[in-house]
Design a protein around this ligand. Structure first.
Ligand SMILES: [Zn+2]
Length: 199
């Protein structure tokens, strides 16, 4: 039987070493993250992923793939007790009755950072309920009706957009330049393909 200890995994993307695409996809950012803190992608805002501890080390976590690409994408390990005041002009990407469609919100309000809860729907609901600092941010959402169905295939029971897709669609709603986004989609499909092949 194959266990996760059978082969070494890449410390960046967590794929088995033989399936790792990092040197082709991320070499520049990984070097720069260490040396210069520059980005492969210039993003219109900072992306703050608030990741549930259960997701943190999962090799199917797509938030991890995002943060390999840009020094403007940060990953925070969520803790309910963490006293954290949201920075100015921060918004939370989370659907609900009190959420405003992102591009509509951006017309009237400056946005410096987009916070994204990186967890299953069930867990993210709990995380927000338990974190006053997350609740205190204005909520924005994607116009899901106008977006294609999720292409994420790594978790059988997931039908909604994964974190990676949500973030790229959010960037799409905010940016006029879509060149970066093509590259981000290419990376998403390459990573997913490499992962599926490694199984
Ligand atoms: Zn890798």
């Amino acid at each position: 039987m194959k266990t996760s200890n059978d082969s070494a995994s890449c410390r960046h993307c967590r794929l088995p070493i033989q399936a790792c695409q990092c040197s082709a996809l991320f070499q520049r950012t990984l070097l720069q993250k260490n040396l210069l803190q520059e980005s492969l992608h210039e993003l219109p805002i900072e992306i703050e992923l608030c990741t549930h501890p259960q997701e943190w080390q999962k090799d199917t976590n797509t938030g991890n793939w995002l943060q390999l690409q840009s020094a403007q994408i940060h990953r925070h390990r969520w803790h309910r007790k963490e006293p954290q005041t949201p920075p100015a002009n921060a918004v939370l990407l989370y659907p609900g009755e009190d959420a405003i469609e992102l591009s509509e919100y951006a017309k009237d309000h400056p946005i410096d950072s987009l916070w994204v809860v990186d967890a299953s729907w069930q867990l993210s609901h709990k995380m927000i309920k338990q974190s006053p600092w997350l609740q205190s941010m204005p909520k924005v959402m994607l116009d899901i009706e106008k977006l294609p169905a999720s292409q994420y295939q790594l978790r059988r029971n997931q039908k909604s957009l994964c974190t990676y897709e949500s973030v790229v669609y959010a960037l799409q709603a905010l940016s006029s330049n879509s060149d970066n986004l093509h590259t981000m989609w290419d990376i998403f499909h390459t990573m997913q393909h490499a992962y599926l092949k490694s199984r």
